[in-house]
Design a binder for this molecule. Structure first.
Ligand code: ATP
Ligand code: MG
Length: 496
């Protein structure tokens, strides 16, 4: 268990300062229990409240000594002095989001011989921004949100207490929740549904993800059959991603590692988001959408914390597809006028993308590959960069087919020739073709027809205002970008 790792590292003299990035009260309980059973004289400090929260009597003493609430620095000084008076003491700190003073103390403590010798220990429990000076010299513990065994044990315990049944599906559905959240979800499930159900746990998880993890969880409902055209890309994805994922072991015998990331780039409305969702379905994996629009939050430090949690969540739910739309929002590092929070959140994402052990498959999309930080483009972060450009006539026909007979059923009159319609819609994107079908259906509806005929399409076509000269320029520009960012141009078949 993680607490044992912590004790082992402390006794091996790795450092006197340990960092436990968690905000689960049950993990805090585990920590305190472990420290106490290892004979540590433990005190718990909340930097947020600036006083010791462990022992009420002691708390009063401290306050009277300082005559009112202490400043952070005074509090840490006080902690430091009590800390030095006794042997084998553990000081557990619940940090604020960011504090230079705390960082300064931690840095000193990490190098402090007296603390070393007295066999004492400082533990920072929580998410806070620490300087590299501190993290480099501290024991950083990787705490799982909840492990399968822990969730199983909780199920057993709660089911026993409340006299209900539980099943393994519930254990699996809880992946990505903290122990505290999982426990609350179990109790709530019993309260609302009179039993423990995996579907309730899943519903709670969707809510938790939305609230704290910058994520939206979706069940992908369709696969590649809903994407018209782009056959070359579909084939490529099937062979290089889906099959390698499904036949991981065989792939490994050929030294192929499982796919970890792809980036779709191209102009708006060509189906990048559609492809991402369809990929999750083809892989039969949950689809997690990172809410990049929420990256810059109101509270300082809040976003970094959410990002760290989000990625941890994704890893515990994994294998899953994590979709990062508009990844160019992160901009380039070192760009002037860039928001501090965005920069740090971005570093967390970048670092994670580069991690060897990452299990989540990241699918990202952008309209502006030229605006991405070089680090995104560097090998290892994304296995493939795939251009999704404007569809050619053949692809346009397939897209029209999708929107008349797969995604929606639109009865067509015999005089409708999709091949011809595809010829007539040079320069249209997938989204525009979809819109064309809808507009034609509206025309047919207005004239009380049961089927959409050729003239309805003609009428609908006249309502489109597409600046063809500008479109041609855009097409040219994206072809250029495609050759710059994609080294497999066979993918460009069926595209303009
Ligand atoms: N190749 C396609 N086949 C079928 N439908 C398509 C295709 N491309 C686009 N569409 C339709 O257009 C809609 C919008 O496409 P999508 O959101 O995937 O585009 P995008 O490339 O992500 O655009 P943006 O860059 O603006 O985010 C889709 O929901 C789908 O209905
Ligand atoms: Mg999109």
């Amino acid at each position: 268990m993680w607490t044992r790792t912590l004790l082992r590292k402390r006794s091996a003299q790795v450092s006197t300062v340990a960092i436990v990035p968690s905000d689960d009260p049950k993990r805090l309980e585990q920590l305190l229990r472990t420290l106490e059973s290892a004979g540590y004289n433990t005190s718990l400090w909340s930097v947020r409240g600036l006083f010791s929260v462990k022992n009420a009597k002691k708390d009063r003493e401290i306050r009277s000594e300082f005559g009112g609430p202490m400043g952070l620095e005074e509090a840490l000084r006080y902690a430091d002095s009590t800390f030095r008076k006794s042997e084998h003491t553990a000081l557990v700190i619940l940090p604020a989001t960011r504090s230079d003073v705390l960082n300064a103390f931690l840095k000193d403590w990490a190098f402090d011989y007296e603390i070393y010798e007295s066999d004492s220990l400082v533990v920072v429990f929580g998410f806070t921004e620490l300087t590299e000076d501190v993290t480099r010299n501290a024991i950083v513990i990787d705490v799982p949100l909840s492990t399968e065994e822990e969730r199983r044990a909780l199920c057993e315990e709660i089911a026993n207490d409340l006299g209900v049944e539980w099943d393994e599906q519930t254990v699996a559905a809880g992946a990505g929740l903290t122990l505290h959240e999982f426990e609350a979800a179990l109790v709530e499930s019993v309260a609302i549904r009179r039993k423990i159900t995996a579907s309730h746990i899943t519903a709670v998880k969707v809510e938790v993800a939305k609230k704290t993890r910058l994520l939206e969880i979706e069940e992908p409902k369709f696969g590649f059959e809903r994407v018209g055209g782009y056959d070359e890309i579909k084939l490529f994805l099937k062979q290089n991603i889906v099959r390698v994922f499904e036949e991981r072991e065989r792939a490994e015998t050929l030294a192929l590692r499982p796919p970890r990331g792809i980036l779709f780039f191209g102009p708006g409305g060509t189906g990048k988001t559609l492809f991402a969702k369809a990929m999750a379905r083809e892989l039969n994996l949950p689809f997690l959408r990172l809410k990049t629009e929420n990256i810059v939050s109101r509270w300082y430090g809040e976003t970094e914390r959410s990002m760290a949690r989000t990625l941890k969540f994704a890893e515990e739910v994994a294998p899953a597809v994590l979709f990062v739309d508009e990844i160019d929002r992160f901009g380039k590092r070192g760009q002037t006028g860039e928001h501090e929070t965005t920069r740090r959140t971005f570093s967390i994402l970048l670092e994670w993308l580069g991690e060897q052990e990452r299990k989540t498959i990241v699918v990202a999309a952008t309209n502006r590959p030229q605006d991405l930080d070089d680090a995104f483009v560097r090998v290892g972060r994304f296995d493939y960069m795939i251009p999704v450009l404007h569809p050619d006539a053949e692809a346009r026909k397939s897209i029209l087919e999708v929107h008349t007979s797969v995604a929606r059923k639109v009865p067509l009159d015999e005089d409708v020739e999709l091949t011809e319609l595809a010829e007539r819609t040079e320069g249209f994107s997938g989204a525009e073709l979809e819109e064309l079908v809808i507009r034609a259906a509206r025309v047919a509806f207005r004239r009380n027809a049961e089927k959409v005929c050729w003239d309805d399409f003609e009428e609908a076509l006249e309502t489109f205002r597409i600046d063809m000269a500008a479109r041609e320029r855009q097409i040219k520009e994206y072809r250029h970008l495609a050759s710059r960012f994609c080294n497999d141009l066979s993918l460009l078949r069926n595209q303009r």
